[in-house]
Design a protein around this ligand. Structure first.
Ligand code: FAD
Length: 264
């Protein structure tokens, strides 16, 4: 079995998110990291490889992103992927979610995986959408929020997290599975794995290498456009009740809640 894991380089969680008013896009400058949700997808691939129920020949990490995104691939291979592919091209800059999914699908088409794994969401765009877009292009079944996964022959038996518990769903392989963060506890890379990551094969590809139609990617090929950005409406200042006499304070709080019909 060949598994491809989609991984994304995102601004570090500690960096304050800011929209660039000029481009109306997220300012992605500053410290970056491997999208934390994608570490669960890599771990899920590793557990299939180590589990023994199926023979996994290779795990390939795939990203689309600017030049710096190779660092996310180094992290992915230090967590266990055997090799990685970096799709990078100026023509891809400004791609929206549909264009990004199309471009990633073109790389996957060339790779021909039995299973595509990805995180539930990116830590920056948070569209929760790439899995469905990629699956649509590849004409593969797609599941989201998968928290348990077992290979049974040419099928995958999955548990999907739902509001009321979970659904058990069986899909035929090849399939595109986006994993929930409850699926596993990602491992930490060993020092040896971090040092060895740079030696694992990294293939850099341009849009033309995977047959991407330039008219379907980039800002001009994207079907969505950000028309305006507005700050969230300002909230009224809260009421602060100083606790000088506790009985009086409790009475004030209860009255405040009753006035708003918040007490049953
Ligand atoms: C008009 C417009 C212009 C944009 N321009 C840019 C831009 O110039 N640069 C930019 O970075 N973003 C840009 N974006 C955002 C970009 O399109 C989204 O980040 C991208 O479509 C993926 O959506 P998401 O990150 O919310 O992914 P989600 O659907 O939330 O991610 C789910 C999973 O998909 C996988 N994934 C997501 N993105 C990638 C990727 N690139 N490579 C590999 N795996 C991935 C990961 O496994 C992730 O966990 C733009 C968006 C719009 C609307």
């Amino acid at each position: 079995m060949k598994i491809c894991v989609l991984v994304k380089e995102v601004p570090d969680a500690a960096v304050e998110k800011r929209i660039d008013p000029g481009t109306k896009r997220l300012d992605r400058s500053g410290e970056k990291n491997l999208n934390p949700f994608d570490t669960h997808a890599i771990e899920a691939a590793m557990q299939l490889k180590e589990g023994g129920a199926v023979s996994v020949d290779e795990i390939v990490a795939v990203t689309m992103g600017p030049e710096s995104a190779f660092r996310a691939l180094h992290k992915a291979v230090s967590l266990g992927a055997d090799r990685s592919i970096h799709l990078t091209d100026d023509a891809l800059a400004g791609s929206d979610v549909a264009a990004t999914g199309y471009a990633l699908a073109k790389v996957l088409e060339q790779e021909g995986p039995d299973l595509v794994l990805l995180g539930q969401q990116s830590d920056d765009g948070e569209c929760y959408t790439i899995g469905a877009v990629v699956a649509d292009h590849l004409k593969m079944p797609s599941l989201t929020q998968v928290i348990k996964m077992d290979v049974e022959g040419d099928k995958l038996r999955c548990e999907r997290q739902a509001e009321y518990g979970y659904d058990t769903v069986e899909v035929s392989l090849p399939a595109v599975i986006s994993v929930g963060d409850a699926i596993n506890e990602p491992r930490y890379p060993s020092l040896k794995a971090i040092m060895g990551a740079k030696k694992k094969p990294l293939d850099t590809k341009a849009a033309g290498d995977v047959g991407i139609d330039a008219g379907k990617v980039g800002e001009s090929g994207s079907r969505t456009a950000v028309l305006a950005i507005n700050p969230p409406p300002a909230k009224d200042a809260g009421e602060i009740i100083e606790d000088e006499d506790t009985n009086e304070t409790v009475e004030k709080i209860v009255n405040w809640l009753e006035e708003r019909k918040l007490l049953a």
